[in-house]
Write a protein that binds this ligand. Structure first.
Ligand code: BYC
Length: 347
């Protein structure tokens, strides 16, 4: 009877009962977000909230995975066994971050295979920063200090993201990023206290990584497509410009401590605001990198595709093993069940 009534309803004139239910669910969702309750995978959520999270979390996961390449480039050339062990551990941490983040994205109903396909066929974005080359050992210091430093600034607030699985993944990631930042700063400190050539190498790395690091925070708030809605949903807690400013305020005194010069002629401390005033990143360069035209975009994707193809046998072996185990479990289950029935005297 009810379904017949539904069938006869003209959806263009009659507001659907589902709409009223949806409106009340949106209201309840908004109240929960406002009350700082975490939204969990099985909770109702607006489809746009789900879509935004899948986009951001998967881009973040891809960044961690592609981000292994510029540093991986230096593992065999690290200047000592200690530096090699530390760098290896850092790059492995990044693989781990990628995996937690893919797992967090999967709780939203998307498969890892879909996400990986989007990366490999060039549909998905990953952080612009990983499309720059690591030319010298000092670049490993600059990445730890500046790139992981920017990452921490951006990611600590994500520990309070309204979506539970993302927020919880970020807690461990941030602890590890903090270690990464310190190892980078320590490399820069060693180089800047070293020979003239080592100091020049550190300065050159700062010169090349400073502006790309500022671009990591994304476009200006006025050009940011998603910030306003993401902040209303408490996915983002600070805007791109707010985080960029915090990063500059924290990092410039660190550069001074290292005795290095930040490559920005407009940089000055404003006594009245208590903040640094800084120049404008080259946004046309940022746009080009996002279009796939950065110095290493093609190389990074080609390398990732090759690694994916080379790893096909591992995925196939894992699937075959899982299928074999599943079959064995069924066999054992039947045998066990049969034995029980026999023991109980049933046929
Ligand atoms: N690079 O509306 P907006 C790491 C895109 S991993 C590329 O402001 P949103 C590490 C943006 O996606 C670092 N694309 O976006 C790993 C959007 O395009 P779509 C990665 C960028 O999402 C290894 C459009 O521009 N960190 O730390 O509100 C070793 C408009 O932007 C970038 C994360 O992923 C960029 N830099 O804000 C060492 C953190 N910026 O999607 C370190 C999580 C913007 O509409 N993500 N775009 O096609 C976020 O916090 C935010 O997604 C962002 C951007 C702040 C990055």
């Amino acid at each position: 009877m009810y379904s017949q009534a539904l069938d006869e309803r003209d959806p263009r004139r009659d507001p659907a009962p589902a709409d009223a239910a949806d409106a009340s669910r949106v209201l309840r969702f908004d109240e929960r977000v406002a009350a700082e309750e975490k939204i969990e995978p099985n909770d109702w959520m607006p489809s746009a909230y789900r879509k935004t999270l899948v986009r951001q979390i998967s881009q973040h996961a891809h960044s961690e995975i592609i981000g292994m390449q510029p540093e991986g480039n230096w593992i065999t050339r690290a200047p000592s066994l200690r530096r090699k062990a530390v760098l290896l551990a850092k790059v492995q941490d990044e693989a781990g971050h990628g995996l937690y983040l893919y797992a967090a994205a999967e709780t939203l109903g998307v498969t890892r295979e879909e996400l990986v396909d989007q990366l490999l066929d060039g549909r998905a974005k990953y952080s612009s920063i990983f499309n720059y080359p690591t030319l010298t050992w000092a670049d490993i210091g600059a990445i730890g200090w500046l790139v992981d430093g920017a990452a921490i600034m951006n990611q600590i607030p994500l520990c309070r993201c309204s979506y539970g699985p993302y927020a919880r993944a970020m807690v461990r990631i941030c602890k590890e990023e903090s270690f990464h930042q310190r190892q980078g700063f320590e490399i820069m400190l060693t180089l800047s206290r070293g020979t003239e050539a080592q100091k020049a190498m550190a300065q050159d790395a700062l010169d090349r990584w400073w502006w790309p690091a500022l671009m990591m925070f994304g476009p200006h708030d006025s050009d940011s497509t998603h910030s306003e809605q993401s902040m209303a949903w408490k996915i983002k807690r600070f805007s791109n410009d707010e985080l960029r400013q915090k990063f500059v305020d924290v990092t410039v005194p660190q550069a001074e401590f290292l005795g290095l010069r930040v490559p920005d002629d407009e940089l000055r401390y404003d006594e009245t605001t208590g903040h640094y005033v800084f120049g404008e990143p080259d946004w046309s360069e940022f746009a080009a990198v996002l279009r796939g035209e950065g110095p290493c975009n093609a190389q990074r994707l080609a390398h990732r595709r090759r690694a994916h193809d080379d790893g096909a046998w591992v995925r196939e072996a894992a699937e075959a093993y899982a299928a074999k185990r599943a079959a064995t479990t069924v066999d054992h289950g039947q045998t066990h069940g049969t034995r029980q029935r026999v023991a109980q005297g049933s046929p």
